[in-house]
Write a protein that binds this ligand. Structure first.
Ligand SMILES: C[S@@+](CC[C@H](N)C(=O)[O-])C[C@H]1O[C@@H](n2cnc3c(N)ncnc32)[C@H](O)[C@@H]1O
Length: 292
């Protein structure tokens, strides 16, 4: 018997993109992709037809509508359709193309030939994990990493998703990255992308978990922290970072809406960190931080 999949399509204001991704993840959806269609954003997400039966789609739509209304935006529209196994495996891949990011990177889907370029090629098959480089928050982090990495740097990547930021840091010259993610599928994805980029498991150590996992993994404080999760999660994690940092550890934080930057900044200051600069793409920002 062949598996069938449910493709959920959410049409929303682009400002809502990351929060929609987040909610879809909370309801168990995977393999998400987004595409701009004029003024709106079309997000596709997938779940097996069997699993989708256990999902309360009305509750999901309700949550998405509440988020939109609280930001003064129109409620998203939701549609669903069935796909067979082969369609599912290929459906989101057609929306993802090689992409130049910042001054140095070219993110290349693993199933496409390697292009001739002077850029650093980061090969990626994110599978069901977040992090194709398509999203502004990932791009902001990659651009910030270009300015931060020096050889020998030891980095922690909190919420590694596909492993895109960990791999980028190593390709830029970092000596070691400790990557963690609460989602076991992200851990698998980071490990397979590590192999795809010929990086050794000693240089990129990936485990399921969050900051508490890092505390037990690292043998010395890290030089840099990259963390691209939502602002509300980052605010909760900041107080734990002093356990993995030394006196001049830097950080790159994204997943933060411009309107949420002040709240993150306040928590950072309370915990002995300061924002050294802020990058912005549309409604998203990336904070470069340093321990004071
Ligand atoms: C927006 S994705 C970022 C992926 C990738 N780092 C990038 O920049 O594209 C956020 C990731 O954080 C993970 N995550 C969410 N809460 C977390 C937590 N408390 N600790 C560690 N990882 C978390 C999610 O599973 C998800 O893979």
């Amino acid at each position: 018997m062949t598996n069938t999949w449910c493709e959920l399509q959410i049409v929303c204001n682009p400002v809502l993109e990351e929060t929609v991704f987040w909610q879809l993840e909370q309801f168990g959806f995977r393999g998400m992709a987004s595409e701009k269609k004029g003024d709106v954003c079309l997000i596709r997400a997938y779940l097996s037809s069997q699993e989708v039966q256990a999902v309360d789609l009305a509750a999901l739509l309700q949550k998405l509508s509440e988020n939109a209304t609280s930001m003064g935006l129109a409620a998203p529209e939701m549609h669903q359709r069935s796909l067979d196994e082969e369609d599912w495996a290929n459906s989101w891949k057609q929306y993802w193309h090689p992409q130049e990011i910042g001054d140095r990177f070219l993110v290349n889907p693993a199933w496409l030939p390697t292009p001739d370029t002077e850029r650093i090629i980061l090969r990626l098959d994110p599978g069901v994990a977040f992090g194709t480089g398509n999203h502004q928050t990932t791009q902001l982090c990659l651009e910030a990493l270009e300015d931060h990495i020096n050889s020998e740097a030891i980095i922690a990547d909190i919420g590694c998703g596909s492993g895109i930021l960990s791999i980028a840091a190593l390709l830029l010259g970092a000596s070691k990255v400790y990557a963690v993610d609460v989602d076991p599928l992200a851990v698998q994805s980071t490990a397979s992308n590590r192999e795809l980029n010929s990086i050794s498991p000693e240089c990129l150590i990936v485990e399921q978990g969050s900051v508490e996992q890092l505390v037990s993994l690292i043998s010395a404080p890290v030089d840099g922290i990259v963390c691209n999760i939502l602002a509300e999660v980052i605010i909760k994690l900041i107080p734990q970072w002093n356990a993995i940092a030394h006196a001049s550890t830097w950080g790159i934080l994204s997943g933060i809406l411009v309107s949420q930057a002040q709240a993150v900044n306040d928590t950072l200051n309370q915990q002995g960190w300061r924002v050294t600069s802020q990058l912005q793409k549309q409604d998203w920002c990336c904070l470069n931080i340093r321990r004071t």
